[in-house]
Write a protein that binds this ligand. Structure first.
Ligand code: FES
Ligand code: FE
Length: 457
C-alpha cells in the first residue's frame, strides 16, 4: 500500500510514492497546506513512525492517580499505556502489553492494585513494572526465563509540569522541561493561577470520522467561533458580535507550541478568566506581577503543546438566559486511522474553588463541550466533512488556505515570551504548527529550531 519515503537530493527533500515531495506540497511559510496530509495512508504511516513514536505526549494529570496503587489506562502517542502510581508513590508509565505474547495487562479503565496479572498465561507484574511471578516457572529450563529482563516496557522519558504528565517512547528526545520551553510561562497562568488544578471525574472519550489534524488545527482557530457556533449566538449564549473572539493576542512559542489569549469584552466579567473573586484573589500568590496583568485581560485561551495536547480556558453560558461560567478543558486527539480519531476530554477545576462554583463550572462544561456539548457537535460536523471532502483524487491535488495574517508584524510590546501578534483572528499559529509538523516528519528531533523573534518555525 505504501512505500517508504526517501530523501532525495538535499537533506530535506522527502519523496512520496507518487513522486510528490512533501516539502513542496506543505508550505507553511506560504500558508498553503496540501489536502493529502489529512487523510493519506502513506503520510499516516510516516506520522506513526516519525511523530507518534518519537514526540512528547500527554498522559494525564497527576490528580487522576492520587493513591499508591492507582492504575489507569491511557494512550501515549498511539500506543496503549498504563498510568501508574506505584506503592512508593512514584509515577510510572508502561506499555499496556504483556512481555510474553503481548496481551493487554490491564483490561479495565482504572483500578487500585499492587500487582497486575496477565489474563492469558498468568504472568504477574508489580506496579513498579517488575515481572515477579510466572505460572509454571518450573517448566522453564536454565536461562529460558530471565524475569529481571522482562518487566513491563517503560516509556523512555517522563516529564511533568503543574501536574500535567507527559511521556515519550524516544530515548533521544530532549528533556521535557527543555521541550516545553516558553510554554511554561503561559501554563503557569492556566494551570497554577490559584496554586493548582484537579481533574473532575473521568475524561470523556469518543471517536469521530476525521483526520486528527483537523481537530489540532481547530484548537487555535478563533475565526470559526462566530460562524460555526452561530446557533449559540442566536440563542443568546454567545455575544452577537462577529469580532468578539478576535480581540486578543496570538502567540507562537518554540517547538510548534502555540496559543491565544483573547479578551472577550472589556468588562470586569471577562477579566481574570471570569473566575470568582475568591479565586482571583489568589493570583498574586502564584504568578508574578506581569503574569497577573496578563491574566487580567484574559477571558479565553486555547493552547497547544505540540503536537496534540490542548487546553481551552473558556467562559460560556450553559443554559439559555444564564450568565457565563468559566471552565478549563484539556483535550487530546489520538489518530486511529487516517480518517478516524479518538478524542479525550478532561475538565479541571481549581483545587481551592468553592463547591458552588465548582458545580456550576462542571455543569457548564458538560452542556457545552464533550461528545454531547453544543460546541463540539458543531465542530465535529466541520472536521468530519472537511475530511470527507478532501478524500477524492481531484480534491487531493489542492491545498488548504492558511494565509490570514501572513504579513502582520510581530507585536514587540507584548511582555511575554514567544512571538506575539496583536490580533486573535489570524493563522500564524496554524502556520507555526504545520512548520513544526513538517520539520518533525522530515528531520525528526534534528529539525528543531529555536525560534527567532518574528519567525515561525
Ligand atoms: Fe501474558 Fe502470556 S501473554 S502471560
Ligand atoms: Fe469550535
Amino acid at each position: 500500500m505504501t512505500t517508504t519515503p526517501q530523501r532525495v537530493g538535499a537533506a530535506t527533500r522527502t519523496m512520496l510514492a507518487n513522486g510528490q515531495v512533501l516539502e513542496d506540497i506543505v508550505q507553511p511559510d506560504e500558508g498553503l497546506i496540501s489536502r493529502r496530509i489529512y487523510s493519506d495512508p502513506e503520510i499516516f504511516e510516516m506520522e506513526k513512525e516519525r511523530l507518534f513514536a518519537k514526540g512528547w505526549f500527554f498522559v494525564g494529570h497527576d490528580s487522576e492517580i492520587p493513591e499508591p496503587g492507582d492504575v489507569i489506562t491511557r494512550i501515549v502517542g498511539m500506543d496503549p499505556a498504563l498510568f501508574v502510581r506505584d506503592d512508593d508513590g512514584e509515577i510510572r508509565v508502561f506499555l499496556n502489553s504483556c512481555r510474553h505474547r503481548g496481551m493487554r495487562v490491564c483490561r479495565t479503565d482504572r483500578e487500585n492494585t499492587s500487582f497486575l496479572r496477565c489474563s492469558y498465561h498468568g504472568w504477574v507484574y508489580k506496579n513498579t513494572g517488575d515481572l515477579v511471578s510466572v505460572q509454571g516457572e518450573s517448566f522453564y529450563g536454565e536461562d529460558e526465563l530471565q524475569k529481571e529482563k522482562f518487566g513491563l516496557i517503560p516509556v523512555a522519558k517522563l516529564g511533568s509540569y503543574h501536574g500535567l504528565v507527559f511521556a515519550t517512547w524516544d530515548p533521544e528526545a530532549p528533556e521535557f522541561d527543555e521541550f516545553l520551553g516558553d510554554m511554561k510561562y503561559y501554563l503557569d497562568i492556566i494551570m497554577n493561577r490559584t496554586g493548582g488544578m484537579k481533574v473532575v471525574g473521568t475524561p470523556q472519550i469518543w471517536e469521530a470520522e476525521t483526520g486528527w489534524k483537523f481537530s489540532a488545527d481547530n484548537f487555535t482557530d478563533n475565526f470559526h467561533v462566530y460562524f460555526a457556533h452561530h446557533s449559540l449566538v442566536e440563542l443568546g449564549m454567545l455575544p452577537n458580535d462577529p469580532d468578539f473572539a478576535g480581540r486578543g493576542e496570538l502567540i507562537v512559542a518554540e517547538e510548534g507550541h502555540i496559543l491565544h489569549i483573547t479578551a472577550g469584552a472589556p468588562t470586569d466579567e471577562y477579566r481574570y478568566m471570569g473566575l470568582p473573586q475568591q479565586l482571583r484573589d489568589k493570583f498574586p500568590e502564584h504568578l508574578d506581577a506581569e503574569q497577573v496583568e496578563m491574566a487580567k485581560g484574559l477571558a479565553y485561551s486555547a493552547g497547544t503543546v505540540f503536537p496534540n495536547f490542548h487546553w481551552m480556558q473558556l467562559m460560556s453560558s450553559g443554559t439559555i438566559g444564564q450568565s457565563d461560567v468559566p471552565f478549563l478543558n484539556l483535550r487530546l486527539e489520538v489518530p486511529v486511522s487516517p480518517t478516524r480519531s479518538r478524542m479525550w476530554s478532561w475538565l479541571l477545576i481549581d483545587k481551592d474553588a468553592d463547591p458552588e462554583y465548582a458545580k456550576a463550572s462542571y455543569e457548564t462544561y458538560v452542556r457545552t463541550f464533550g461528545p454531547a456539548g453544543i460546541y463540539d457537535q458543531d465542530d465535529m460536523e466541520n472536521w468530519e466533512d472537511c475530511t470527507r471532502m478532501s478524500l477524492g483524487p481531484a480534491a487531493r491535488q489542492n491545498t488548504m488556505h492558511h494565509r490570514m495574517g501572513l504579513h502582520r508584524p510581530v507585536d514587540k510590546t507584548w511582555p511575554g515570551p514567544g512571538s506575539a501578534y496583536d490580533v486573535a483572528y489570524g493563522e500564524m499559529t496554524q502556520r507555526s504548527w504545520y512548520s513544526a509538523w513538517l520539520n518533525f516528519m522530515t528531520q525528526g528531533w534534528a529539525g528543531r529550531k529555536t525560534m527567532d523573534e518574528g519567525q515561525t518555525r
